[in-house]
Design a protein around this ligand. Structure first.
Ligand SMILES: C[S@@+](CC[C@H](N)C(=O)[O-])C[C@H]1O[C@@H](n2cnc3c(N)ncnc32)[C@H](O)[C@@H]1O
Length: 208
């Protein structure tokens, strides 16, 4: 369904019961957003939401929060969420300040097709740069897991380096995970497009 045929973006955002309007108020108390206290997994840069919606449907025993900074894509995600889904919430936020949202609460972060920001001067914006990894240390509880998928080999190799440099143990490393691995995952909008073009997708699981 085309967004321009729907109510405008602002109205969709205002009316959605999945969008948390004051996410900073739940820092340290994110459980209060959900009907059940259970592990919390988040996706940073969730785009139009296909991945996180599918994961929330597949795993009712996990609470999910999708984070996205752009209203238009957020609205596209919000209109797709089934009203019965009680283990998913959405934050409109720039993850550069993610430590204002969570304090030792998150068990897993998903990074799907993050913007690679290829120029050296853009490095700080990459979601696996040292400054982001330091922020993640604060949001994670004892168990820290990052699941990363990308089509961009340079960004993938960069991320392997920064993650291992930051103390993560790396596993399920593949430059073509659809060929090499069986993992519990879901397909995002970007992944769907790359699969149609037969572009190999890189994957890594990182734990510390
Ligand atoms: C290339 S798209 C991928 C979207 C989706 N994950 C997928 O796989 O289809 C990257 C998304 O991350 C969002 N994003 C990038 N940096 C972000 C940040 N610092 N905080 C929140 N969202 C961010 C962008 O707005 C964009 O929607």
């Amino acid at each position: 369904m085309r967004l321009r045929n729907l109510k405008n973006t602002k109205t969709i955002l205002e009316e959605s019961c999945f969008l948390v309007k004051n996410p900073e108020d739940y820092k340290g108390n994110t459980d209060a957003l959900f009907s059940k206290k259970q592990p919390l997994h988040i996706e940073i840069g969730m785009g139009k939401g296909d991945f996180i919606i599918q994961m929330a449907k597949k795993h009712p025993d996990i609470n999910y929060i999708g984070i996205e900074k752009f209203d238009k894509v957020l609205a596209r995600a919000l209109i797709k969420i089934p009203s019965s889904l009680s283990n998913l919430k959405i934050y409109r936020y720039d993850a550069v300040n993610i430590s204002s949202l969570f304090e030792h609460e998150v068990e897993r972060i998903y990074l799907n097709f993050s913007d690679p920001w290829p120029k050296k001067r853009q490095e700080k914006r990459r979601l696996t740069s040292e400054n982001f990894l330091k922020e993640y240390d604060f949001v994670f509880q004892k168990t820290k897991e990052i699941e990363l998928k990308t089509d961009n080999v340079a960004f993938f190799l960069y991320s392997l380096e920064t993650l291992s440099g930051h103390g993560y143990r790396l596993s399920k490393i593949s430059l073509d995970y659809h060929k090499d691995l069986t993992i519990d995952t879901a397909v995002s909008e970007y992944e769907k497009k790359f699969l149609q073009k037969q572009v190999p997708i890189c994957h890594v699981s990182a734990q510390k």
